[in-house]
Design a protein around this ligand. Structure first.
Ligand SMILES: *[C@@H]1O[C@H](CO)[C@@H](O)[C@H](O)[C@H]1NC(C)=O
Ligand SMILES: CC(=O)N[C@H]1CO[C@H](CO)[C@@H](O)[C@@H]1O
Length: 329
């Protein structure tokens, strides 16, 4: 290409937004499509929750997974009292068959699991033979919907947050352009005692009961070799049109300042994350939501595992209602 022409084209394409990042729709997961494009992982929960992840056949038979042409529901059991000696409450964890490197994932979610002890998450990781290899207990994670359900009206911080979990040598700069508030800037799970580098959303209605009451919303996550960005848009607010409508092509340059921005200034993002699967799950208690100071600090009663075992009806609203998961590359 002639240099002057190339510069002119570059200048023209830069005109509408200074940092246009255009991606094309590759996978549009809606309704029954999830039953073939994702697998149910009937595994022991690596985060040690009070959960019994079941197979797809069991999930369909027990109506924990339900899909029609435009809706996917994933839920925890809310009918059965659980024996304290068993593995935990039945629930589901699904994983995309395909893996992705540079891409944008859009979640259109109408409802997420709520209630004390629930720990819902939508995230991406490279399982890499894990957990069967038995060696790796670190999941390098881009967790973009993850949080703690609190009792309405309980004071305190989030934590409704986006987090990177990595192996060694990955830090985030203290100052960066994002609307959320950085909680920790050390992404290495060993150095951060399994916390990772998380950014708490300051957008109201981004999680739990208030998210659900508001009709849910849209999460977008852009991953490139040099950065990860996460946006959240409440359904009732102003939502970028391409993201909202499932357009064939999207431009994250038009989505404004992200909630969370993870640059590569002190972290080789491309080197830390491989080809990722998308995972959606619902666990109970476990390594984070079950920590007594966190569980009780959220206004939840007694001991998390006992509460989950003994109170099935408390989990009636412990379900995901997913309109779509779209992947752009
Ligand atoms: C299964 O779950 C779906 C979605 O929540 C619900 O509409 C349906 O009534 C349930 N079916 C049965 C038999 O409970
Ligand atoms: C729904 C919810 O819990 N939102 C909270 C997310 O975290 C911020 C603090 O950063 C709170 O202000 C929100 O209320």
């Amino acid at each position: 290409m002639h240099l002057t022409f190339a510069l002119a084209v570059a200048a023209a394409s830069l005109a509408p937004t200074a940092f246009a990042e255009v991606f094309s729709l590759t996978d549009n997961h809606v309704g029954k499509d999830f039953l073939t494009a994702f697998t149910h992982e009937a595994i022991a929960d690596p985060t040690h929750g009070r959960v019994n992840y079941v197979s797809q056949a069991t999930a369909l038979a027990k109506n924990l997974t339900w899909a029609n042409s435009n809706t996917l529901i994933l839920r925890g059991d809310y009918k059965t009292k659980i024996s304290a000696s068993g593995p935990g409450r039945d629930s589901v964890r699904i994983k995309s068959v395909k893996t992705y490197d540079k891409h944008v994932t859009v979640f259109d979610i109408k409802h997420m699991p709520e209630g004390c002890g629930t720990w819902p998450a939508a995230w991406e990781t490279t399982e890499n033979g894990w957990p069967n290899s038995g060696e790796v207990d670190i999941e390098p994670c881009i967790c973009f919907v993850s949080g703690l359900n609190r009792v309405e009206g309980v004071n305190g911080k989030g934590p409704n947050q986006s987090t990177l979990h990595t192996n060694a040598y990955c830090n985030m700069p203290a100052s960066r352009t994002q609307t959320g508030v950085a909680v920790s800037n050390v992404c290495d799970v060993v150095a951060s005692n399994n916390v990772g580098c998380s950014v708490q959303s300051t957008t109201p209605n981004s999680f739990g009961t208030s998210f659900n009451a508001n009709g849910g919303g849209f999460y977008g996550m852009e991953r490139r070799d040099d950065l990860v960005k996460v946006w959240f848009f409440p359904r009732s607010g102003s939502v970028p049109n391409d993201l909202k409508t499932g357009a064939k092509s999207i431009d994250t340059g038009g989505w404004g300042t992200p909630n969370a921005f993870f640059p590569n200034t002190q972290c080789d993002i491309g080197g830390h994350f491989g080809s990722n699967n998308i995972i959606i799950d619902l666990t109970f208690c476990g390594d984070w939501a079950g920590i007594p100071s966190i569980y009780n600090g959220a206004g939840c009663p007694g001991d998390c595992a006992t509460y989950v075992n003994d109170n099935p009806s408390a989990f009636k609203n412990a379900y995901w209602w997913i309109n779509a998961v779209r992947v752009y590359t």
